[in-house]
Design a protein around this ligand. Structure first.
Ligand SMILES: Nc1ncnc2c1ncn2[C@@H]1O[C@H](COP(=O)(O)OP(=O)(O)OP(=O)(O)O)[C@@H](O)[C@H]1O
Ligand SMILES: [Mg+2]
Length: 342
């Protein structure tokens, strides 16, 4: 089959003069596309690089494909940017892997995802949203308890998330909110900071998805309830953290995390794959932080690392995601593509 690859490369992005230093953080290096293409071609398919942005528009019409394997983050700073490529693919009638525009947009906008989460009966940190610096002087944060955590409402890859995102008093809160509003030009999400373990969960497939594993992100200096998986840590992950799967948590807590993942996969409209982040407090209560229906697929991104810890190679991960998408779209798969089926 012809499998299109839709993606946005770091070096194709025009950075805004004076923009934030993490502006291109979510975009992929060429090596990720090479790894994906190799995995797809290893299954006997032809990988067709459709790219992203305006170049994708030309390529999508010039080079017909049977299905697009989508990892495109979308262009601009719009909160629905991840929905751009899937929307066009739908318009052109091209099947694609992963979530649809609605689900991608809801998940990127964390306050929207939290509303769905609460409606589905899963706990998430208590929160408020600050839209404008004009709201700061009269800001009433009495419903929330310090420490709090301040982050951009619709970013990923820890854009805008630094060690100083955790705030312990009103002055720090105001400074952090101000930073998000000024630098990221979007509402600031203020949450209660959940002290405890940091886990991320991978799921692949549909009806129901298979939870690949629950992976704990453990600081190399030793577990600490105030640990944050911030941008500084993600950029220097090899030195600062290690990954453990299964995590050092009671079996009942791991079951709760898996159940929350499956519930939210459906509630948020995920398809084929997802990676969700949770914090676990001292009494093992599970709090949903956010859902990544378009998780990083670099060889050293969290989902491929997690897959490796449960015995799946990078290529097997891609194979299972692709097979889930092909099956869901009613497209037959060649017999040799079932090697690592779920
Ligand atoms: N309410 C919270 N309590 C404790 N820690 C938090 C909270 N919110 C965020 N964090 C910390 O900040 C990290 C990044 O937050 P979050 O996952 O929301 O951002 P992201 O940029 O979307 O992440 P990703 O890189 O997974 O796309 C979390 O993994 C966690 O360590
Ligand atoms: Mg995250």
């Amino acid at each position: 089959m012809k499998i299109g690859l839709t993606y946005d490369l770091k070096n194709n992005i025009t950075l805004r003069p004076g923009g934030v230093d993490d502006e291109a953080e979510e975009y992929d290096p060429p090596g990720t596309i090479d790894a994906l293409a190799r995995a797809i071609e290893g299954l006997g398919h032809q990988a067709v690089r459709l790219g992203g942005g305006p170049e994708f528009l030309d390529n999508a019409r010039r080079y017909p494909v049977d299905l697009a394997f989508n990892i495109a983050e979308g262009r601009g700073t719009y909160r629905s940017r991840e929905a751009q490529i899937p929307s066009v693919l739908e318009m052109l009638g091209i099947p694609y892997s992963g979530a649809d525009p609605m689900s991608l947009a809801v998940c990127l906008d964390k306050p929207s995802a939290k509303l769905v989460c609460l409606a589905a009966g899963v706990a998430t940190p208590r929160y408020m949203v600050v839209d404008s610096p004009a709201d700061l002087p009269a800001l009433d944060h009495s419903d929330l308890t310090f420490p709090m955590f301040v982050k951009p409402s619709y970013e990923g890859s820890s854009k805008g998330i630094r060690q100083n995102s955790r705030v312990t008093n009103r002055q720090e809160l105001h400074q952090a909110v101000h930073r998000v509003l000024e630098l990221y030009h979007q509402p600031a999400l203020v949450e209660e900071f959940i002290r405890g373990a940091e886990v991320t969960v991978g799921a692949v497939g549909n009806d129901p998805p298979k939870v690949l594993g629950v992976m704990e992100v453990v600081p190399r200096q030793g577990r600490h309830p105030d640990f944050m998986y911030s941008l500084e840590v993600k950029r220097d992950w090899e030195a600062l953290v290690k990954y453990e799967c299964p995590p050092q948590l009671p079996a009942s807590c791991i079951r709760d995390i898996e159940a929350a993942t499956v519930t939210l996969f459906k509630a948020l409209g995920c398809r084929d794959l997802t990676r969700m982040d949770f914090r676990i407090d001292a009494s093992h209560r599970v709090y949903f932080l956010e859902c990544n229906p378009l998780p990083g697929m670099g060889v050293y991104s969290d989902l491929p690392i997690l897959a490796g810890l449960v015995g799946w190679s990078y290529d097997q991960l891609v194979e299972n995601i692709l097979n889930a998408a092909l099956q869901r779209c009613g497209l037959s798969t060649p017999p040799h593509a079932h090697r690592a089926s779920l």
